[in-house]
Design a protein around this ligand. Sequence first.
Ligand SMILES: [Zn+2]
Ligand SMILES: [Zn+2]
Ligand SMILES: [Zn+2]
Ligand SMILES: [Zn+2]
Length: 263
Amino acid sequence: MSKLSLYDFNDSILGLLECPVCMDSMCSPIYLCKNGHNICSECRQQVTKCSTCRDEFLATRNIALENLAEKVLYSCDNADAGCSEKMFMIDFPDHNSKCPYRLYDCHQMGEDPCEWKGHRWDLLDHINKVHTRKLKVDENEPNILHWKNFNINETCVYSQLLSLYGEIFWLHEKISAEEKRYYLAVQYIGLTEDSTNFTYKVEFASKCGAYEVTFKSFTHNDVEEKTALFQSGKCASLEYPMIQHIINGTTLSLKLSVTKFEE
Ligand SMILES: [Zn+2]
Ligand SMILES: [Zn+2]
Ligand SMILES: [Zn+2]
Ligand SMILES: [Zn+2]
């Protein structure tokens, strides 16, 4: 008898789990027709007759096949984009939200929210083509940024894409009128484990122009939503009394540097 590898065995089971209508892998609940043919729950709602024998469907489920479906390893939904992860059905939601091959949103500040969705490696190209106002940030020099007309009474969120070291990052900023607080976070776009290859440092300027209040952290990974990031306490933030203490008229000035660890 020829030897079957575990992966081949897994794939042969996956073949049995293919829905005859949509060709996707079926998972619980799986329904049956009168003659024992299977159908996935989504297709079950859309078709009235079995595609194999044209007979009626039953309300009965194929429990044995549902149990089997839980034991099989499935490929990620983003396999076509390059993800090679295989996982149990139960791990799908968690992986989908973190998969580095998923579709990303564009957060770039502009008149209207940007509708673009795409792969992370297409993001820079999209920004260059569509968004004209861009932030220039230098790799080796600390970058001096000025928040003009800084108004603590108006909540606003700004995101800008940074392109440094051949990598891309989001610079997220928020003024929260409710919390009377200003937030700044730099988020690395790419594999989660690579976000700790970079640090960012924020130095706020005092009224006399000296840079004193300092914050330093690894860049954040791209799994966390920016709102969660602001709330997490892991990013740079300033309370209103401190802002009042250092703001120059209505301009808040800061130095931002992003540094890469050299091996
Ligand atoms: Zn189906
Ligand atoms: Zn049938
Ligand atoms: Zn994936
Ligand atoms: Zn965009």
